[in-house]
Design a protein around this ligand. Structure first.
Ligand code: MEV
Length: 424
């Protein structure tokens, strides 16, 4: 198992069956699991109806695999659910380049989440704070009654912070700092906040209002870095352009929104394939710059050898226990393919994917532009959508790209021509 290599050239040229064969051996998938992947949907409306409310149907998305990832010395095939062409190809390509220099080196902090309890209407701020601090141990003990599992693991609520805000009521917010181990943590954090709030009211005589986790997780942060060799990415000018693109994103919120969106293209796609909460990941990532003052979640610099060093620092709250992954068969299989054993490893992988995706986008923007690669994939998808098969797809997309007209009607016209010529 440990010697498996995720380095696969030409994965995109294989048929779906051939790709499934690779997954079968790389991820030790059983015949039943392969059959489930072949099925059009493993989430029936009956199960869907148990997951959310007012269900009328389900929605399908393409899931692609990004090969070539090596993170902390381990090889990964990364499942990505996304509707946008180019993302999976770009991610795999970035991983292929990073691999030449040993791949990604990722690390994540302890999984500490924050639960917020808002206190409004108090007389003396100093008295309020000192009362809360005097009862810190009791507050933590009470919070920990909500999770025997976390307590037995030596995790759970660990401490408190008190903040005063500048809202019209000058709210005081008590932060519960909670080690949630391998969970994403939303449920346990919310339960702890709701348990502690009445006790805070009792000891302070004040009213509490909001009792909910914060989706901003500055104590639960992942970092990843990789070196992209200058000669593999178009030379010194491209290295310099990428650094300059990053520098622009770091000071310009308009560019940062797009730059960071590129990062989330990768991270969200993995979260979606494995049925994790990608909205919280989005909110977390996009709010982080408010704390750090750096708009860009990545950083690019030049190594002494003139290669490009890419780094990402991103808060990631993701779990491998709880959540919906195991409820939906396909999501569970995608998690198995991903092969992460705990929430830290999962976060390490996501950080590397975010960096890879961002590098790929900024590199394309810093050299030939984003449309070239995008349009060739778009051309292939148009060809497929008018009914072209196998070699017809290549022929039609190559012709459309060569002639500079990429449209559904052109694809249809070319398909008719081909079929007339081949009497199909
Ligand atoms: C498109 O989905 C993402 C990009 O716009 C990201 C970027 O501009 O860095 C290509």
């Amino acid at each position: 198992m440990e010697n498996r290599s995720s380095e696969i050239s030409g994965f995109y040229k294989l048929s779906v069956d051939e790709r499934l064969k690779i997954l079968e051996s790389f991820s030790d998938l059983s015949p039943e699991e392969i059959e489930t992947l072949r099925m059009q949907g493993s989430l029936g409306t009956e199960l869907a109806d148990r997951l959310i409310e007012n269900v009328v149907s389900t929605l399908e998305l393409p899931v692609g695999i990004a090969p070539n990832f090596r993170i902390n010395g381990k090889d990964y095939l990364i499942p990505m659910a996304i509707e946008e062409a180019s993302v999976v190809a770009a991610c795999s390509n970035a991983a292929r380049i990073a691999r030449v220099s040993g791949g990604f080196v990722s690390e994540s902090t302890e999984p500490i989440m924050i639960g917020q309890i808002q206190i409004v209407k108090y007389d003396s701020l100093e008295k309020l704070k000192s009362t809360i601090l005097e009862h810190e141990t009791d507050i933590i003990t009470l919070a920990n009654t909500r999770s025997r599992t976390l307590s037995s693991l030596g995790a759970g609520a660990k401490g408190i912070e008190i903040r005063t805000l500048d809202d019209p009521q000058k709210s005081v917010v008590v932060h519960l700092l909670i080690d949630v181990r391998d969970a994403m943590g939303a449920n346990v954090v919310n339960s702890m906040c709701e348990t502690v709030a009445p006790y805070l009211e009792e000891i302070t005589g004040c009213r509490t209002n909001l009792r909910i986790l914060s989706n901003l997780t500055p104590h639960r942060v992942s970092r990843s870095r990789a070196i992209f060799k200058r000669d593999l990415i178009g030379g010194e000018a491209v290295v310099d352009n990428i650094i300059s693109a990053y520098q622009m994103a770091n000071v310009d919120p308009f560019r940062a929104a797009t730059h960071n969106k590129g990062i989330m293209n990768g991270i969200d796609a993995v979260l979606l394939a494995t049925l994790n909460d990608w909205r919280s990941a989005e909110a977390n990532a996009h709010t982080y710059h408010v704390l750090t003052g750096n708009y860009s979640l990545t950083r690019f610099s030049k190594t002494p050898e003139g290669d490009l060093m890419g780094e990402i620092e991103i808060p990631i709250a993701v779990g491998t226990v709880g959540g919906s992954t195991n409820t939906v068969k396909k999501a569970a299989i995608y998690r198995k393919i991903l092969g992460v054993e705990n929430s830290r490893e999962f976060a390490n992988v996501l950080a590397a994917v975010g960096l890879a995706q961002n590098f790929a986008a900024v590199r394309a923007l810093s050299s030939e532009g984003i449309q070239k690669g995008h349009m060739s994939l778009h051309a292939r998808s148009l060809a497929a959508s008018v009914g072209a098969e196998k070699e017809e797809i290549d022929l039609i997309s190559d012709t459309m790209i060569k002639n500079g007209t990429i449209s559904m009607s052109k694809a249809r016209e070319l398909l008719e021509d081909i079929r007339k010529r081949t009497n199909k």
